[in-house]
Design a protein around this ligand. Structure first.
Ligand code: ZN
Length: 183
């Protein structure tokens, strides 16, 4: 059986909302792409600095709190100290970390890259650029351009099958995951 790779990619950073004490309301916070790093011989603290989009107040999102310096790779520490833009993006894309730290992120717009099935039964290996809480149904429907009903009919008739036992209606996208699309 032919295998096709699909990758979910995102159009930008998650919009991140948080209560701003100065604005006295929930506002959007924007990543400054700058880190604050406190490091002594033993421990390291790292924050990614966000700014309220209205009043520019800062919010330091904790990334590492009193982590043993030896447990942090030297390369990553250097990237953090140099405000490496790739690593700043990695943390600003970390939906679950943002949520854990009390912000309300929104899943950015996404698209699904990869070939379309071309009249034969295929294995689709689905991965994502980042972890986001997306339903698997939303991803498959988006890629194949299916209405909710058309999608349900394909599942009911066994034309779309999950190889990992994911509920194709309600299941969240875990990655990588494999589905079979029959024709
Ligand atoms: Zn504010």
């Amino acid at each position: 059986m032919k295998t096709i790779a699909w990758e979910v990619t995102f159009s930008g950073l998650p919009k991140t909302y948080k209560y701003c004490k100065k604005c006295k309301s929930k506002t959007e916070y924007i990543s400054s792409e700058l880190f604050r790093v406190n490091a002594n011989q033993k421990n390291v603290d790292v924050w990614l600095i966000y700014r309220c989009n209205s009043c520019k107040s800062t919010w330091n999102m904790p990334i590492y709190q009193r982590i043993n310096r030896l447990k942090l790779e030297q390369q990553e520490l250097e990237q953090l100290m140099n405000n490496d833009s790739i690593i700043a993006k990695k943390y600003a894309m970390d939906y679950y970390l943002l949520k854990q730290q009390g912000a309300a992120p929104e899943v950015p717009e996404f698209s699904v890259n990869g070939d379309m099935p071309n009249g034969e039964t295929v294995n689709i290996v689905l991965t994502g650029e980042y972890y986001m809480p997306l339903k698997i149904s939303k991803i498959i429907r988006r890629k194949l351009g299916l209405s909710t009903q058309a999608y349900a009919e394909l599942i009911a008739s066994g034309m779309i099958v999950s190889c990992d036992g994911i509920d194709l209606y309600k299941g969240k996208f875990i990655q990588p995951t494999t589905i079979i699309i029959k024709t």
